[in-house]
Design a binder for this molecule. Structure first.
Ligand code: RB5
Length: 148
């Protein structure tokens, strides 16, 4: 399993912390930028990570911008992406168990790094429960098909 990371300038610091944390746990990580403090546009990084995740089934993405909102909106435009903006440990778990999210999103200006790393752990250690949640994910996929 590979984790693809992306951020804009506002999320760069937290992205680095989350990436190092995942690497220390022995997870294969790929940093798709940004790697400088220069102001950049978050949709460019949402697209890079979204495309990477869709192209590598079984992989996951981590996106960070200032609030997490722009990255969420942009990533969810990509067919096959289910990006979840996390706001506590419970939503991190449920994003996997109920929504089968393949990208998790953080607000780099909103979340203390220690909390963000524990939310990432909670997401990664959970699994999709299927059943009625599978039916709902299929309905989301149907909406995508109808809006191609
Ligand atoms: C950048 O200033 C900021 O707008 C961006 O990081 C993000 O919060 C957008 O949703």
């Amino acid at each position: 399993m590979t984790l693809y990371f992306g951020s804009d300038h506002a999320g760069r610091e937290l992205k680095g912390i989350l990436l190092s944390h995942a690497k220390e746990k022995g997870i294969s990580v790929v940093d798709l930028g940004t790697d400088a403090d220069l102001s950049v546009d978050y949709p460019d990084y949402a697209q890079k990570v979204g495309d990477a995740v869709v192209g590598a089934p079984g992989s996951y993405g981590v996106l960070v911008c200032g609030t997490g909102i722009g990255m969420s909106i942009a990533a969810n435009k990509i067919h096959g992406i289910r990006a979840a903006l996390l706001y506590n440990e419970e939503t991190a778990r449920l994003a996997h168990q109920h929504n089968n999210a393949n990208i998790v999103v953080f607000g780099g200006r909103e979340v203390p790094p220690k909390e963000a790393t524990s939310w990432l752990d909670a997401f990664l250690s959970s699994t999709f429960e299927g059943g009625r949640h599978g039916r709902r994910i299929e309905k989301i996929a149907r909406i995508e098909q109808e809006h191609r």
